[in-house]
Design a protein around this ligand. Sequence first.
Ligand code: ARG
Length: 271
Amino acid sequence: MKKLSIAMLSMLLAGSMLLTGCGGGNDAQTTTDDQSDSTASETNTDYKLAVDGTLTMATNAFFEPYEYYEGEEIVGIDAEVGKAIADKLGLNFAISDMEFDSIITAVSSGKADMGMAGMTVTPDREKNVDFSRTYATGVQSIIVPEGSDITSPDDLAGKKIGVQQGTTGDLYCTDDFGEEAMSRYSKGTDAIMALTQGKIDCVVIDNAPAQKYVEANEGLKILDTAYAEEDYAIAFAKDNTALKDAVDAALGELIEDGTVQSIIDKYITAD
Ligand code: ARG
């Protein structure tokens, strides 16, 4: 039923864009007549883009290994998967780096085409954006200094908890431990800095960046939280179903042919 309404919506949108003459902000050719053996690059291209011919990804590039700076360049799993999607769609690729909690607004207002930031699908976010299929998972981890008296999530009560503002770590901990427990930072790295300076007792953040922080900072270790596994997906404006469908098709191909896994394996080494 959900499928049907999405299909109908995209037909309606395609129709209204034709009528208003503003369809297809991209230069790629529409191939709506061509139904035979279509690949992602040949799916419906009646989508709007913030910049003609370019797929603009909104992210917060302080989340290694998903997105982070190597010199001037933003690299990481999302940066590479995003680029591979743009390539499949025959589009240029641009990354717009911003605060994590600005991404959904940037996407829903059309300033960026998609939000890709190790972003967890949550019911609240789904009120404002539509999500692609899942391409990775994460769980929230607790980072503590070695020797901390926090040894399990039960010990978090009464502690000072550091999080990146607006992330699921922030949302869950605020729910569970209350406003007064929270110290919010614009970057995960700032939370880690505060932890190493003894200003807070722990940092709650996704497991993959947690691993990177612990590798980079001596004297820290990771505990698991009580929070369940999260699905990461790409966010789209609710009125840009055609783009979501095109990206989903491209992403699906990249998952099925192993490209996504090989990109993940490049940044996350199992051990
Ligand atoms: N998975 C968490 C969330 O969606 C954290 C994501 C933070 N991402 C980032 N690029 N800083 O809330």
